[in-house]
Design a protein around this ligand. Structure first.
Ligand code: SF4
Length: 246
């Protein structure tokens, strides 16, 4: 089976803390977050057309070094058949499996869940604030956007997989303690929340390149507020401190 691949990182220790993961980047995304730093991964016609079997062979070659595989993008759920084949093959190789997703396709996620050990779900804004969610994802007027993400989150929380919610803290959009506290209240049941620092080197909307990065101190403050709201395991990811447990 063919799919559109953006690229493969042979070894990552940050996508899945505690594991040595190969990361498969699927090409194409259905959202248009103006602050997106993965600009080259958005176009569904970009990347290169690749055989799933070739990717599996490649992962086999990495196996002495890796114990897991992470599917990411772009948005991997846009190519669910390729995801499914890759996950099944990875399991056959004895690898643990994770996906990083914007969670906008609960039907596709449901099919993949039996093969997943970890689901990292983007929660970009409070799920109780659809207007902000549409704005932060550049998807104003997309029908049912937040409803689909809520559905995905519930499916993941009710599954056997671990669930990590991931939020990029973006100036002018969600860098506000009250917003993060509201977001936290909307994601009961997740195992972990990771607050990620916005990066301004390359962004889909160039005006975001002029915005400063939120400081590590600010993210620490938000993380402590999230913990007070009942999320036990909160991490922050910044240029200054890397990935830290709070
Ligand atoms: S940040 Fe937004 S636009 Fe960029 S890849 Fe992720 S979901 Fe897609």
């Amino acid at each position: 089976m063919k799919f559109r691949l953006m690229g493969i990182t042979d070894l990552s220790t940050v996508d899945w803390p505690g594991r040595l993961a190969a990361v498969v980047f699927f090409q194409g995304c259905n959202l248009r977050c103006p602050w997106c730093q993965n600009v080259d991964g958005i176009d569904p016609k970009g990347g290169k057309v690749t055989e799933v079997e070739d990717t599996i062979e490649y992962l086999k070659g990495l196996k002495p070094m890796i114990d897991s595989v992470v599917l990411t993008g772009g948005e991997p759920l846009l190519q669910p058949e390729a995801c499914l084949d890759l996950l099944k093959a990875a399991k056959g190789l004895g690898l643990k499996c994770a996906i990083e997703t914007n969670a906008t396709d609960p039907k596709a996620l449901r099919r993949l869940l039996p093969h997943l050990d970890l689901v990292a779900i983007d929660v970009k804004a409070p799920l109780s604030d659809p207007k902000l969610y549409e704005k932060i994802t550049g998807s104003v007027g997309v029908p049912g956007l937040v409803q689909k993400i809520k559905e995905s989150l519930k499916l993941a929380v009710d599954s056997k997989a671990g669930v990590e919610a991931r939020t990029t803290v973006v100036p002018t959009l969600n860098d506000d303690e009250k917003i993060i506290a509201q977001l936290t209240s909307d994601i009961k049941g997740v195992d972990c929340l990771r607050l990620q620092q916005f990066r301004n080197k390359q962004t889909l909307d160039p005006s975001f390149q002029k915005l400063p990065l939120p400081s590590r101190e600010k993210l620490l403050k938000f993380a402590r507020a999230a913990k007070r709201k009942g999320i036990k395991n909160v991490k922050i990811s910044t240029i200054e401190g890397g990935l830290e447990n709070v």
